[in-house]
Design a protein around this ligand. Structure first.
Ligand code: SF4
Ligand code: SF4
Length: 131
């Protein structure tokens, strides 16, 4: 993915987070979210899109790239991955769809659906920050 684009997104997010922190400290109440997606689209995503995303059958691993480090399994918050014969296997039918496994892989060996290659892998801009 484009590092400058990622930097811009992170900068905007930091500013929003700072504003929310300030509001919480000042004990202000109200909706802190900026809704960029129409409500009907958000509802449709949660009814149809998200359950699809959560199917672990959509994950695949490139055995030629995978070095068997086990990071994907270790970092999965749902314990949905087991290492078998040096390769990750998704052992639960559904997961949180956080995509941490895909983005923490040092070899970008995990894909989810057909568009992973074009979407790319997220790398935190600050060196040393663990995914
Ligand atoms: S997407 Fe998240 S919850 Fe699902 S298998 Fe990967 S790390 Fe685990
Ligand atoms: S993190 Fe990547 S390289 Fe490591 S075991 Fe998982 S798929 Fe293989």
């Amino acid at each position: 993915s484009d590092p400058q684009k990622v930097e811009g997104i992170n900068r905007a997010a930091e500013a929003q987070i700072d504003a929310v922190i300030e509001a919480v400290r000042a004990r202000r109440t109200g909706n802190m979210m900026r809704h960029r997606v129409p409500l009907f689209a958000s509802c449709a995503y949660h009814a149809i899109g998200l359950p699809r995303m959560q199917q672990t059958s959509k994950f695949a691993v490139d055995a030629d790239r995978c070095i068997g480090c086990g990071l994907c399994a270790k970092r999965c918050p749902m314990a949905a991955i087991e290492m078998r014969d040096g390769l990750p296997v998704w052992t639960k039918p559904e997961c949180a769809a956080c995509l941490r496994c895909l983005h923490c892989c040092p070899k970008f060996a995990i894909s989810h659906g057909k568009r992973t290659a074009s979407h790319g892998q997220y790398r935190h801009p600050k060196p040393g920050v663990r995914m």
